[in-house]
Write a protein that binds this ligand. Structure first.
Ligand code: GTP
Ligand code: MG
Length: 204
């Protein structure tokens, strides 16, 4: 996808804060510090559009970014980091679940996992939950620059097994080398097109 414009639209915690549901949305979910915001920045070719940080739990709101006046990328706060204050943790569940279960224009979710780690129970729960709600999912395995080719194959096997994925539900990525950028976009576009078709068939 050639990105000609990308801009921050708004951020919030509940439906009253969301922008009007006019464009198809792609939401990015995953563990805190896994690289969600970095992935979005690489996808839109803008280093600093989304704030990234080595401190986990940086993104605590739902952030909306409009791309090419055609779709919205939605950066969700990450889960699972022990040091995030309890008050923030308590809000995370309802905030993210409300978005994912009620947003009518949600087209697909990109679930991001770290190539070096076995998916956590929370990753598994998130995926099960998305499947139960019939949300189209792409799993992006990120930080691939941090491992060797051998290690990558080994970790990929662990990740597909733990999450119960088909190979074509997964893409490799690195925000550092930008490996996988085009593939991730192509997969997202395919999911958007499939969602569009479904909506037309059901007469929406
Ligand atoms: P929260 O908003 O806290 O949930 O984190 P996030 O998932 O948005 O992660 P973020 O993009 O802020 O990245 C976290 C840290 O990982 C930063 O220090 C990034 O520079 C680093 N990082 C992200 N992606 C990659 C990658 O592909 N390779 C390497 N080497 N580092 C990465
Ligand atoms: Mg973030």
């Amino acid at each position: 996808m050639k990105v000609s414009s990308a801009e921050f639209v708004t951020s919030g915690t509940r439906p009253a804060h969301y922008p009007p549901p006019e464009l198809p949305e792609v939401a990015f979910a995953g563990r805190s510090n896994v690289g969600k915001s970095s992935l979005i920045n690489v996808l839109v070719n803008r280093k600093g559009l989304v704030r990234t940080s080595s401190t986990p739990g940086r993104t605590q709101l739902i952030n909306f970014f409009r791309v090419n006046e055609r779709l919205m990328l939605v950066d969700l706060p990450g889960y699972g980091f022990a040091k995030v204050p309890l008050a923030v943790k308590k809000e995370w569940g309802p905030m993210v679940e409300t978005y994912l279960s009620t947003r009518p224009n949600l087209s697909c979710v990109v679930l991001i996992v770290d190539i070096r780690r076995e998916p956590t129970e929370e990753d598994q729960l998130m995926l099960q939950w998305l499947r139960a709600y019939n949300v189209a999912v792409l799993v992006v395995v990120t930080k691939c620059d941090k491992v060797s080719k051998n290690e990558r194959a080994k970790q990929a096997a662990i990740i597909t097994r733990t999450l119960g994925l088909a190979r074509d539900e997964m893409a490799f990525f690195s925000a550092l080398s930008k490996e996988g950028r085009d593939e991730v976009w192509a997969r997202i576009e395919a999911l958007l097109a499939a969602g569009q078709e479904e909506a037309e068939e059901s007469g929406e």
